[in-house]
Design a protein around this ligand. Structure first.
Ligand SMILES: Cc1cc2nc3c(=O)[nH]c(=O)nc-3n(C[C@H](O)[C@H](O)[C@H](O)COP(=O)(O)OP(=O)(O)OC[C@H]3O[C@@H](n4cnc5c(N)ncnc54)[C@H](O)[C@@H]3O)c2cc1C
Ligand SMILES: NC(=O)c1ccc[n+]([C@@H]2O[C@H](COP(=O)([O-])OP(=O)(O)OC[C@H]3O[C@@H](n4cnc5c(N)ncnc54)[C@H](O)[C@@H]3O)[C@@H](O)[C@H]2O)c1
Length: 494
């Protein structure tokens, strides 16, 4: 049906601009609190994570990880007689993206009492979003209580000569690939670059990674070092401290000139150089904000200067992770309800209506080989933040549970301890299957559990979690009482 002329106006308590995982959760909490909510979405309901990011990327990585795990255990290894079935991996990935259909998510939203309006939305004034719908119509949405911007982020394309014109892959292409290229150059050294280098090397693609810094630079240095070494062992050509200077299309793919003075050629090129805010064309100028910028918020996710505008998820640049965005969404949805019905707002640190964990308690798993699981502050970041810290290191391979888990288990763990308060500020685990160790560290950090008390959280034997006991032993029980301690340096204690 074509509908080129019509304009209609609708009113809701809450208008959510962008229906990724974050927008969905804002709307859900608002509706659960008794308000009406509509989500405006111009692509697939569920957003980046479901169709082009977390889920498909982890599906691309998981099969090779399972194969590695079997090969690392004698008795099981003998039963592994074949190689990775790449087509089966891609088919499994397709099942997670539901073949890029959002019918399931639409059914969920309907069941949750959330309205969905398909189309491109732009803020058009105070408490107002104007949506251009696919049938050519216009819908003006008026929000009685709040507008929440949850439009996410796009791949950032750096200003490198010839790069944009060469139309390289972004993470969307890499995660939705149908035919795996024979060779791939990746520009970037962050999480996307490291994960995609791992996945494609596992598919048998010849991978070259060009990064202007070290790999996984924001994490504890040993994380990037161990992943670098493992990627090299798996045949990935890593060019670190190197910048691409010029990119051109060739008959066979791409040619990338680098700051080292050489040229790398490959069938495909992936740019994984960070993210840019999806705020260029969402009408920010109509309310005095600058298009194309990340949106600042307070801890209740309210944009400063407004009592009705919230920015949630990637778009506020607080922590570009799905779980953290959904956490913000729960706080934002609930505080919108509280403010709407005049209930007390719980906005003190760790209150129900604030995203306190964004400051220093953000967990993340990087699904490389080895995995990197990290939460809170690195030692360097803790010192920079003014804490008096001690870093406690332990070799994960020495833990009985780890040696049972995989023959020749290699890994490393670090706790960053606040010497003044005797609590954990950060934790990093690197090794096979360390992802599931992370939640205990997150609980310790958020709960500010004193080290003295952590001694009573006994890890089951023989599991990899016994790393907790080893780290505490390395730190030393008496030294967990801070008052008699002298300032410690950052030298690992074993
Ligand atoms: C390759 C890759 C892998 C990742 N893996 C992980 C992972 O393993 N774990 C993790 O926690 N995080 C991961 N992330 C990060 C995660 O994908 C994001 O943090 C998350 O998707 C952000 O959610 P969001 O809802 O804020 O934004 P999005 O998911 O981007 O959703 C925004 C939605 O808004 C819509 N929209 C935008 N503008 C408009 C408009 N004007 N009108 C209508 N609709 C609009 C978009 O179509 C989109 O659906 C990964 C990211 C990448 C790139
Ligand atoms: N497993 C996960 O949790 C997961 C996986 C993928 C992505 N993510 C999220 O997605 C976000 C985006 O990831 P990302 O890897 O794209 O960004 P990132 O910010 O982690 O890394 C960007 C990398 O690109 C490099 N870079 C930037 N400009 C460059 C240039 N001109 N030349 C060469 N290198 C350049 C940077 O040095 C850095 O290494 C991250 O913030 C992350 O939180 C999470």
């Amino acid at each position: 049906m074509t509908n080129t002329e019509t304009t209609r106006t609708e009113e809701y308590d809450v208008v959510v601009l962008g229906g990724g995982a974050v927008g969905e959760n804002v709307a859900d909490r608002a509706v659960q609190g008794g308000l009406t909510a509509v989500i405006v979405e111009h692509e697939l309901l569920g957003g980046e994570c479901s169709y082009w990011a977390c889920m498909p990327s982890k599906a691309l990585l998981r099969s090779a990880a399972a194969l590695r795990a079997a090969r690392a255990v004698r008795g099981a290894a003998e039963a592994v007689t074949g190689d990775l079935d790449v087509q089966a991996v891609l088919a499994r990935r397709d099942s997670f993206t539901n073949n890029w259909s959002d019918a399931g998510q639409v059914a969920w939203a309907t069941g949750a009492g959330i309205d969905l309006l398909r189309g491109h939305g732009r803020i058009s004034g105070t408490r107002e979003v104007t949506v251009h719908t696919p049938d050519g119509g216009t819908v003006v949405l008026r929000a009685r209580q709040a507008v929440a911007i949850a439009t996410g982020s796009d791949a950032y394309i750096p200003d490198i000569e010839g790069l944009r014109e060469a139309r390289p892959w972004t993470s969307r292409d890499a995660t939705s690939v149908k035919e795996v290229p024979a060779s791939l150059v990746i520009i970037g050294g962050g999480v996307v670059a490291a994960e995609m280098a791992t996945a494609y090397a596992g598919f048998g693609t010849r991978v070259t990674l060009i990064s202007r810094g070290a790999l996984l630079a924001g994490m504890e240095p040993f994380a990037g070092e161990r992943v670098t070494a493992a990627l090299r062992e798996n045949g990935v050509d890593l060019r670190l401290q190197t910048e691409p200077s010029r990119v051109a299309r060739t008959d066979h793919g791409f040619a990338i000139e680098t700051s080292a003075g050489d040229t790398v050629e490959a069938e495909q090129l992936l740019v994984a150089a960070g993210r840019a805010p999806r705020s260029v064309d969402i009408g920010l100028e109509t309310i005095g904000l600058r298009p194309g910028t990340w949106l600042d918020t307070d801890d209740t996710l309210l944009v400063p200067g407004f009592d009705w505008l919230y920015a949630v998820g990637d778009i506020n640049h607080r922590a570009l992770l799905t779980h953290q965005g959904k956490y913000q969404a729960r706080a934002a949805g609930d505080v919108i309800v509280a403010r709407a019905i005049g209930r007390d707002v719980s906005d003190a640190r760790w209150g129900a209506h604030v995203a306190s964990a964004d400051h220093g308690a953000v967990p993340q798993v990087t699904f490389t080989d080895p995995e990197v699981a990290s939460v809170g502050l690195t030692a360097e970041a803790a010192i920079a933040a003014g804490h008096r810290v001690r870093a406690v290191d332990y070799d994960l391979g020495w833990v009985a549970g780890a040696s049972l888990h995989a023959d020749g288990y290699r890994g490393q763990a670090r706790l960053v301890v606040d010497e003044d308060r005797s609590v954990v500020l950060g934790a990093t685990f690197v090794g096979p299957d360390v992802a599931e160790l992370l939640q205990a560290a997150t609980v310790a950090i958020v709960g500010e559990v004193p080290l003295d008390r952590l001694w009573h959280a006994v890890p089951a034997y023989p599991t990899v979690n016994e790393i907790w006991l080893r780290l505490l032993e390395t730190y030393g029980r008496e030294s967990a009482i801070p008052k008699n301690r002298e300032r410690a340096d950052l030298t690992p204690v074993d």
